[in-house]
Design a protein around this ligand. Structure first.
Ligand code: GLN
Length: 251
């Protein structure tokens, strides 16, 4: 099957090799006989609900976020239609922040967001930097860990009805206090974890691919497991670094 990906602002929001997440999705899809067709969705490009099975947006500095904010806010309604229609979505750090209602910079300037996730973000004085380990349960009973790297000034506040992606085992997460990381709304995943994220967490890449296929077929396939030896080592190295830095609290 051709899995259609809408990559939002690849030229603006792409720090920490976040583009690498697309490479992992493409490779793991190919190993299962599928093809990833990636379309860039940039400034002024229309979002056609139903045209993409999976949306992706990476992280970025405040400067880049300020450049794309009003454009992604304008895409908010169509993105909502797309995910209500069953499309999946992975948003990382700065892109994750812009899926919320707004991102307030340290200057006090408020960048509008797409309003797809019930959250908002306020930049703090101290940046939250380092390896992170998160425990999550995307499927009931399937408790997994996600390991990655965070670097953000933003403190993300989950609003009423918001579901966190997971519980922080080590690291700062959304705000360095709540003990939660990211936000999940059905097939929409928002996270602060860079790295890039997916090479260290291949199960999450497979979960996103399965959701994208379910958008087309109505059913999420159960993929044959792949070797993933190297990925498991990368996960463990990142998880061990996170554990060694211990818990949260970015006062
Ligand atoms: N600029 C945002 C912040 O500092 C996001 C940073 C990022 O994407 N790494 O919080």
């Amino acid at each position: 099957m051709k899995i259609r990906v809408g990559h939002l602002y690849p030229d603006y929001l792409n720090i920490y090799a976040d583009r690498g997440n697309i490479a992992v999705l493409a490779r793991r899809a190919a190993w299962r006989g599928h093809e990833l067709e990636v379309a860039a969705l940039g400034m002024g490009d229309a979002v056609e609900p139903g045209a993409h099975d999976l949306y992706y947006v990476g992280g970025g500095q405040d400067r880049e976020q300020a450049l794309v904010a009003s454009d992604i806010a304008g895409k908010g309604e169509r993105l909502r239609e797309a995910v209500e229609g069953g499309a999946a979505f992975l948003a990382v750090c700065g892109g994750y922040q812009l899926l919320g209602r707004f991102y307030r910079e340290r200057s006090g300037a408020e960048l509008p967001g797409a309003g797809l996730l019930p959250l908002h973000t306020v930049a703090g004085e101290r940046r939250m930097i380092g390896d992170v380990l998160v425990e999550c349960e995307l499927e009931p009973g399937a408790r997994r860990t996600i390991a990655g790297f965070e670097n953000h000034a933003g403190r993300t506040i989950l609003e009423d009805g918001a579901e966190p992606l997971g519980r922080v085992v080590a690291g700062f997460g959304n705000d360095g206090e709540s003990g939660f990381e990211g936000c999940r709304a059905g097939r929409v995943i928002g996270t602060y974890l860079h790295g890039p994220l997916l090479p260290r967490n291949p199960w999450l890449a497979d979960w996103l691919l399965a959701q994208a296929i379910a958008h087309r077929t109505g059913e999420a396939p159960a993929f044959e497991p792949l070797g993933d030896g190297l990925e498991a080592v990368a996960h463990e190295v990142s998880a061990a670094r996170a554990r060694s830095r211990g818990g949260r609290a970015a006062r």
